[in-house]
Design a protein around this ligand. Structure first.
Ligand code: NAD
Length: 435
């Protein structure tokens, strides 16, 4: 099939490359000339495991190309995906300006029947707004489909190639059949393709992210209570996770969720519920807990040192999660800000996100090339992102490099007893301090 994907970000680029991989002809469009130039030069504007290889192969085989020309891409395509950002507006609502601008641009470029698919995360009713925006600008026939994306950054290709399910919101047989054909190669293992009305499809994406965010905030509160009553959150987590109604995934306490999706999607869901006079009380709490959880490591650091003035703090991890360079809403950002404000020096290491972090903090933070460079001369180490390479460090080497062997672990990478034996004072989340 001939496809256009408008918006070549974390979702659009992955979707475009994966659709090309299954034999479609895909043109990825972005208004950001620099991004398109990078891609046309054979480089990657983002880090996502496996993506570079996938893009290279499909470009070489002539199925995947990149352009800023929406007009040509739309004219040649049967199905057009809108995958632009839907950031949080000032009032918490999802800002639809990019989606609607693209809808109008598509309408101007149309030269016959097109299926216009909304892949961006958008509130209920957006498919109608997109339809109205297109209808106002063209006489050509079209169908609107809502096809929310459930991939996770860091495992995006696997998630896209082998989804748990594909959700298609459509009220139109012709468009539904084209979408079923397009997704058939991705669901051979038996994952369901769920066809529903657009409103349900749009809401399903928010409900999924809100549920996942709720689990994280719930576990963070359980962890905080564990610390107060002397219980170990690891034991509690395993005990409740083995109940099949609860399950073991996504039950890890930490330093709060970040990323480009959970924070804004929780806000947006509260906002569109409130527009219907519904107060989504749980999500209010989920958000408040998350905000507070992002301060936990800093509070522990302060309690340990008293004043942080003149201290050197090493940071392992900047990205909001491992295997990505994305720092949107990353817990590392408020932690670094608080440390700098308290007069500390920050030495940070991240395998992929240092370039992005440098764009935020400039030279107020020292970004170093290895995890050991970060702990050199440090009064303490704070672990913010659970990259695999942090799990088995050379503890003796760390200790010899640090000014004092104190670790604040926001991801519970180590066992407290193990850290005590290695000679560290060790703070973690929801477990007792080892010293
Ligand atoms: N990132 C994720 O993990 C994820 C997962 C599922 C769903 N989503 C949703 O998918 C959507 C896209 O997210 P993302 O993370 O890929 O965003 P992103 O910011 O990485 O990419 C969006 C891209 O759209 C481009 N763009 C904006 N306006 C444009 C226009 N008028 N014409 C052409 N290009 C334009 C931008 O330049 C940018 O490259 C959002 O609604 C998001 O909530 C994201």
């Amino acid at each position: 099939m001939k496809l256009a994907v408008i918006g070549t970000g974390y979702v659009g680029l992955v979707a475009g490359a994966c659709f090309a991989e299954s034999g479609n002809d895909v043109v990825c469009v972005d208004k950001d000339q620099a991004k398109i130039d990078i891609l046309n030069a054979g480089q990657m504007p983002i880090y996502e495991p496996g993506l570079e290889e996938l893009v290279r192969r499909n470009r070489q085989e002539g199925r995947l190309s990149f352009t800023t020309s929406l007009d040509t891409a739309v004219k040649e395509a049967q199905i057009i995906f809108i995958a632009v950002g839907t950031p949080q507006g000032e009032d918490g609502s999802a800002d639809l300006q990019h989606v609607l601008a693209v809808a109008r641009d598509i309408a101007h470029a149309m030269n016959g029947y097109k299926v216009i698919v909304d892949k961006s995360t958008v509130p209920v009713g957006t498919s109608e707004k997109v339809a109205a925006a297109v209808r106002a600008e063209t006489k050509h026939p079209f169908s609107i489909v809502s096809n929310p994306e459930f991939l996770k950054q860091g495992a995006a290709i696997d998630d896209f190639m082998k989804p748990d399910r594909v959700v298609i919101g459509s009220g139109d047989r012709r468009a539904t059949d084209m979408m079923l054909e397009l997704y058939a190669p991705f669901t051979r293992t038996g994952a369901p393709i769920m066809v529903m009305d657009c409103a349900s499809a749009e809401l399903a994406k928010y409900a999924a992210n809100a549920m996942l965010a709720t689990r994280i905030s719930f576990m963070n509160e359980v962890a905080n209570v564990c610390e107060l009553v002397g219980a170990d959150v690891d034991h509690v987590r395993k005990a409740i996770g083995s109940d099949r109604r609860i399950g073991t995934s996504f039950l890890f306490p930490g330093v709060g969720y970040g990323g480009s999706c959970f924070p804004k999607d929780v806000q947006a869901m509260m906002h569109f519920a409130s527009q219907k006079q519904y107060d989504f009380k749980i999500l209010n709490a989920v958000e408040a807990v998350n905000k507070q959880q992002k301060t936990r490591l800093f509070v522990k650091l302060q309690q340990h040192f008293g004043s942080l003035q003149g201290r050197t703090i090493a940071l392992w991890g900047l990205a909001f999660k491992p295997k990505t360079d994305d720092m949107r809403e990353a817990p590392a950002i408020p932690l670094i800000r608080a440390l700098l404000e308290a007069g500390a020096t920050v030495q940070a290491y991240d395998p992929e996100a240092s370039r992005v972090a440098k764009g935020i903090f400039g030279d107020r933070v020292s970004f170093v090339p290895t995890r050991y460079d970060a702990v050199q001369g440090a009064d303490a180490l704070a672990i913010v992102t659970e990259w695999s390479e942090f799990r088995l460090p050379d503890f003796d080497r760390m200790k010899s490099l640090m000014k004092s062997p104190v670790v604040f672990d926001g991801r519970n990478l180590f066992a407290p007893e193990q850290m005590k034996q290695h000679g560290f004072t060790y703070y973690s989340i929801g477990r007792s301090t080892a010293a």
